[in-house]
Design a protein around this ligand. Sequence first.
Ligand code: ADP
Ligand code: MG
Length: 260
Amino acid sequence: MDNTTSENEIIIETIDLKKAYGAGDALVMAVNGISIKIKKGEFVAIMGPSGSGKSTLMNILACLDQPTEGRYILDGEDVSEYSRPELAMIRSQKLGFVFQSFNLLPRVSALENVMLPMIYRRENRISLAERKHIAENALENVGLAERMHHMPNELSGGQQQRVAIARALVNDPVLVLADEPTGNLDSKSSEEIMELLHSLHDRGRTIVMVTHEPDVAHHTERIITVRDGKLFDDHPNGKRVTWQNATGIDFSPVQEAVQP
Ligand code: ADP
Ligand code: MG
């Protein structure tokens, strides 16, 4: 096992990360020198206007894309120059994803959707019976014990997103990445999904979520704003600090006394 993460450990570190698209006059610096650190157990929102580079940054953090410059250190491992097959391996070992459009396989049950990531796992292969048992537990934990044999189209949007969250967790990832997880949901389902993410965070999960909804970002404990591919603002827990300060090292909770 290479899972050596402990309390206060940095899960995500990017150093002057850049991603360019095109060349010459058509060159776009989608990510243009972003340096951030995210610790184990943080719950972070990434915000910013359309076209500011959120998805590009998220795709690199998710090991779906490679930076053109700079470094990305994920859970102590520098993955900046990994090939696509190497990144795919890292994804299956370390990351769980939740997408705006749920991305469930339409023709198989909720249970089979949740079992799927365990099939791709190369280390610690486990029996079918055990995969089933783990997936059943994961669905129980998101409140879907009664629905596990339903097909995705027999579930509401909020229920489908809960299946997706169960699926994101079955390989016990060090990091959960969510891209607009409430973007396709009504406000009641959004609230339920945010409560679920909250409870995961309370149980120690590290969650990084892209959103453009301030109501949703408000739930997190740190908001990183990007603009034109650069870090524009980064403030913890409602206590705003300037990004120049925030790009330093320490994101331990602000020590000021809370007013009663
Ligand atoms: P956001 O998610 O914040 O809306 P994106 O990361 O999708 O922003 O895009 C950032 C910038 O990079 C935009 O100018 C966008 O047009 C450009 N971009 C994104 N993906 C590509 C691509 N595959 N090819 C060329 N330009 C791209
Ligand atoms: Mg986007």
